[in-house]
Write a protein that binds this ligand. Structure first.
Ligand code: UDP
Ligand code: MN
Length: 360
């Protein structure tokens, strides 16, 4: 009887051990992205494909990203001279002492010696919904040449047509995940839904997967180095169309009934909606705030003048960016290159809005 009881107990223990092993193994597989991602919040984008070309996921606390330049070697950089500003023709620091990044203001080698020392992973979100999928090939191909070269970059491509995502060869250490999303009928809706989808995606996976996150438009091409000098806590880019004009003509939302409202006598810079980024936690805070504001506006039956760009600008008025990118980092190809722009790094593709936008 006792013998029977013991073997029954032993049998049960084996079962429990087996169950624990299976649960541990399954959760390991899920973390390693070997299983499909089934949802991000209520929006149910669907994970389709993940191409990894390189090392494991980084888990870096943002506080670890210190200016820990490699001091062990004999390498030395040019001495910065306090009385010799690198640029005199443009503003290089905001009134709240955030750098404005222009060619000539930084030493790329110094920057790389700081950031390459730490095992950073940078996420890049790109939406290519409806006809905008046509821009994805050029975007990815040029990004592989100029965007954060030598760093671990993970592209998150949001599209309604996963099978049309082009195959682009990724450099070592880079990865690409395709997420299926719904195509909304109006282009404005597609554009403004990005805040909500990015928010859910950060909450569901990206907090665990990346240190920094940059959210970019797809109708763009990289032409020149767009490197680690863009990394910062909360980063925005000055809109190429409004950096020479008085703030009273910035295309902010001017109706006080909208949550994106900015009074006529306020505002620092007009920031472009085609790029924002920073520490993933800060991008989460930004997208949460903008999404909540967009919902409030929807309840009040008002849509801000430039959809999510208006909300972004309102947010950044009260949460000042810690780093500002000059229009080199986000140019508009319909404009002539002015003398203060020594280089064009990332620029819009000239597009026929009537042809590519839904219900334009
Ligand atoms: N977008 C998209 N499909 C659309 C409309 C917009 O994928 O039908 C995404 C895409 O990433 C695009 C971004 O939303 O780059 C912003 O829209 P758009 O580029 O038309 O705005 P603009 O830069 O012209 O203000
Ligand atoms: Mn665009």
């Amino acid at each position: 009887m006792l013998c029977c009881f013991v073997s029954f107990r032993a049998g049960k223990a084996w079962l429990v051990l087996l169950a624990i092993f299976l649960i541990t193994f399954m959760s390991y597989l899920m973390r390693c992205q070997w299983f499909p991602r089934l949802s991000t919040g209520g929006l149910k984008p669907r994970y389709m494909r993940c191409i990894e070309n390189g090392s494991a996921v980084a888990h870096q606390d943002e506080d670890d990203v210190m200016f820990s330049a490699d001091a062990s070697e004999s390498w030395t950089s040019k001495q910065p001279r306090v009385l010799e500003p690198r640029r005199r023709d443009v503003m290089t620091v905001t009134p709240w002492l955030a750098p404005i990044v222009w060619e000539g203001t930084f030493n790329q080698e110094v920057i790389d010696r700081i950031y390459r020392n730490v095992n950073l992973k940078v996420g890049v979100t790109v939406f290519a919904v409806g006809k905008y999928i046509r821009f994805l090939h050029g975007f990815l191909e040029t990004a592989e040449k100029h965007l954060l070269q030598g760093y671990q970059v993970h592209y998150y491509i949001f599209t309604d047509k996963p099978s049309n995502v082009p195959q682009v060869e990724l450099a070592p250490g880079r990865a690409l995940t395709v997420v299926q999303v719904t195509k909304y009928a109006r282009w404005q809706e597609i554009s403004l839904r990005r805040m909500e989808i990015i928010k859910h995606t950060i909450q569901d996976w990206l907090l665990q997967e990346v240190n920094f996150l940059y959210c970019l438009d797809v109708d763009m091409l990289f032409h020149h180095h767009w490197g680690a000098e863009v990394l910062g806590s909360l980063v925005a880019a000055i809109h190429p169309g409004y950096y020479k004009v008085h703030r009273s003509v910035f295309p902010y939302e001017r109706r006080s009934t909208s949550t994106a409202y900015v009074p006529i006598d306020q505002g620092d810079f007009y920031y472009a909606g085609a790029m924002f980024g920073g520490y993933v936690k800060n991008v989460l805070r930004l997208t949460e705030a903008c999404h909540a504001a967009l919902l409030t506006d929807r309840l009040n039956a008002i849509e801000a003048a430039w959809q999510e760009e208006s909300h972004l600008n309102r947010y950044l008025l009260h949460h000042k960016p810690t780093k500002v990118l000059s229009p080199e980092y986000l140019w508009d190809d319909t404009k002539q290159q002015p003398p203060e722009l020594k280089v064009i790094r990332f620029s819009t593709v000239i597009k026929n809005n009537a042809k590519v936008r839904e219900n334009a």
